[in-house]
Write a protein that binds this ligand. Sequence first.
Ligand code: GDP
Ligand code: K
Ligand code: MG
Length: 264
Amino acid sequence: MSAIALVGNPNTGKTSLFNTLTASYEYVGNWAGVTVEKKIGSLKNGAGKLIDLPGIYSLHPLSRDEGVAAQYLIEESPEALINIVDASQLERNLLLTLQLLEYGKPTVLGLNMIDVATARGIHVNSEVLQDRLGIPVLPLVARTGKGCKEILSLLGQSADIPPVRFKLHYGEIAEAAITSIELELQPMKDLPNHRWIALQLMEQNPVVLDFLKSRMDIRKLVKLGDACQSELQRKNLALTLPQWLRSVRMDYIRSLCLEVLDRA
Ligand code: GDP
Ligand code: K
Ligand code: MG
């Protein structure tokens, strides 16, 4: 049975959506080694099981609790993702969205809290957002269940969710390092999207580093990241590699928000 993971920032409505989309809990407990609640339920339309991941702002964890989501993505490799975002705080939420798109699995964006956004005079143009990100974007009010049926029917045909074609360009220097790391990863089977891993590695995501260490000799990969960092510095860029990747993402998000947000 396919596994679909629900991912998003804290307090965006994940649990509300989880409760609306699932018929029953299959499992409620804790994630291994942390005190964060783990919930798995069966989707009402029989499309698979839904996993409620802990709320995070980025895949790069700042604590062990926050590491659960990255750990899940790299170890369990779900078939599809639902990324729920708060429409009233779109700019902040999209940082995680970009990292999830790079993961490369079929993804549906749940644009939640539409009622809150509307009350604050914020209108999100979901058609343009859908077009730019290349994934289905569904406006929701998870608290009342509005829009949730549409998510279920999309997931019912998850084979029909278009593959993610989103690809952010990180500049020539970083792109060359990504390509070299991808090449090193090529012989490794059963790994999620290699470009995603390369980027997470270059961001020094400790969860991804530890996972790879348990599978392979990562010294060469680390060297490629270090060389990229030195190259950026030679170009007088006063940013670390993780900061550079983040700044490219933030620039993209700012220009995307200019396009899709109407503030009354
Ligand atoms: P989680 O932390 O992502 O699991 O978010 P929850 O589902 O626990 O929701 C956080 C709070 O937001 C709760 O008080 C929900 O009732 C509320 N909430 C969730 N979805 C919506 C929505 O679409 N509109 C409004 N106004 N409130 C919502
Ligand atoms: K909460
Ligand atoms: Mg929750």
